[in-house]
Design a binder for this molecule. Structure first.
Ligand code: GBH
Length: 450
């Protein structure tokens, strides 16, 4: 028996530009911060990069056809800002037409981490001006595609981009600013607010955002652990959602750290807090935190190491199973975070799970042509049940998108981690739907009709 979601619930798949497109220099495209970062030795597993990726730029038609054949309603992809700067809007024109032609609803994200290098050279997200440049870029796309694209996502996971790229050095642009990275977060939030305003002016339909969220649990009842977990969650969850859904920052420390104050901050928050039509939640795994114990080694617990001088330390989450990325498989964490969001924000718009999925080192097609990935099927099944539970508990969730449609460039992990429902052979770039793809197709077909 498949998990049952309400009538009208929307199923989809997600991707992002840098992770799939390749065609790094096509039509005059200049570098993004990810082109620069991946060109530096030692940044990505096996020295890999997204120059070719899975060549979606040239194979978009057959990829879209495969995605549509699973019976999903929505396809979430992202625009490459450096491509648009070079004037190549034509690619997305063609892509959107292909998506619509296949009977899918396009749900593009305006920013999924691939900042044009020229903007990084001018200060990147640490520079307030980048937010205004983002609004101009948004206007270009709204004018060109607003007649056909009726659902827009402004930013993807500002928290991960700020933490990994600006506070730490694990992702581009590898700034390593520690808590000094908070202004980069604020300027992304401002960019969201400005872009949403542009999209409203151009009347392009519904507007949302994709934020990564996860429950943070203290390792024990010790008040120091409870306080450490609360601070960690404020920095990684609520700093990026409170301004949007409550019009304020979660605490004074963060408010002081963002570097914008007074009347200007009030104006920023008013813009950032403008109502949205939907709220995208990306969920992967929960985190457990304790107050640092002197002499204890915390390295290797998370995918990235948090500097030892921070007032919180991650400890391994208890779970029965992990993905091949080492991420804890805890479906109840999805129900929990949805209920928490529902309780924290009385004005929470309808939620769409804009990403959820698991990476395994799936082998290529066997002699029977099949790609067997039973663990991914179990993961998706359990997480869809977790969504159904949140709905039963009163949270309005309108859709669920699997990360990802196809195996792709998994950032610092290169091509080693495979998240796709569709397998990609990296020697000839051939595509083969995995068992999970057919499972998802059958699950969608088995849902009640609206
Ligand atoms: C998303 O990032 C991205 O939007 C997408 O591009 C990416 O491919 C996909 O998910 C898979 O990674 O760091 O050890 O605390 C999510 C990245 C996953 C980072 C969960 C934080 C928590 C474990 N996040 N992770 S840890």
């Amino acid at each position: 028996m498949y998990p049952q979601l309400p009538a009208g619930f929307r199923f989809g798949m997600s991707t992002s530009a840098y992770q799939i497109e390749g065609a790094a220099d096509a039509a005059g495209k200049g570098p993004s911060i990810w082109d620069t970062f991946t060109a530096r030795p030692g940044t990505v597993v096996n020295g890999q990069d997204g120059r070719v990726a899975i060549d979606h730029y040239h194979r978009y038609e057959s990829d879209v056809a495969l995605i549509a054949a699973a019976g999903v309603q929505d396809y979430r992809f992202s625009f490459s800002w450096p491509r648009i700067l070079a004037g190549d809007v034509a690619f997305y024109d063609r892509l959107v037409d292909a998506v619509l032609g296949a009977g899918l609803r396009p749900v593009p994200t305006l920013y999924h981490w691939d900042l044009p290098q020229e903007l990084e050279d001018a200060g990147g997200w640490m520079n307030r001006d980048t937010a205004y440049r983002f609004a101009d870029y948004t206007d270009t796309l709204a004018l060109r595609l607003g007649d056909r694209v009726r659902h827009w996502i402004t930013m993807n996971e500002m928290n991960v981009h700020t933490l990994y790229g600006y506070a730490l050095t694990d992702h581009a642009p590898a700034r390593g600013l520690g808590l000094g990275a908070l202004p980069a977060g604020h300027h992304q939030l401002l960019a969201h607010g400005l872009a949403a305003q542009v999209l409203r002016t151009r009347a392009v339909g519904s507007v949302g955002i994709a934020n990564q969220h996860f429950p943070v649990t203290p390792a024990g009842d010790d008040p120091a652990d409870v306080a450490a977990a609360a601070l960690f969650s404020e920095l990684t969850n609520w700093t990026f959602s409170d301004p949007i859904l409550r019009g304020e920052y979660p605490n004074e420390l963060i408010r002081a750290g963002i570097g914008t104050s007074g009347a200007r901050l009030d104006r920023d928050l008013e813009l950032i807090g403008a109502p949205l039509d939907f709220y995208g939640v990306n969920y992967y795994e929960p985190t457990m935190i304790e107050a640092p114990r002197a002499g204890k080694d915390y390295r290797g617990v998370l995918e990235v190491d948090i500097p030892s001088d921070m007032p919180f330390s991650p400890v391994p989450v208890k779970c029965d199973e992990r993905t091949d990325f080492g991420w804890a498989i805890v479906p109840s964490g999805l129900t929990e975070i949805l209920v928490t969001l529902h309780e924290r924000y009385p004005n929470l718009p309808p939620v769409i799970i804009t990403e959820n999925g698991a990476s395994f080192h799936d082998a290529g097609p066997g002699p029977d042509g099949r790609v067997a990935d039973p663990r991914r099927i179990r993961y998706l099944d359990a997480h869809l049940r977790a969504v159904a539970e949140a709905i039963a508990a009163g949270v309005r969730v309108d859709g669920y998108y699997v990360w990802s449609a196809l195996d792709n460039f998994e950032w610092a992990a290169g091509y080693e981690q495979r998240f796709g429902l569709i397998h990609v052979d990296y020697t000839d770039l051939s595509r083969t739907p995995k068992d999970s793809y057919y499972w998802y197709r059958d699950l969608i077909a088995a849902q009640p009709r609206s």
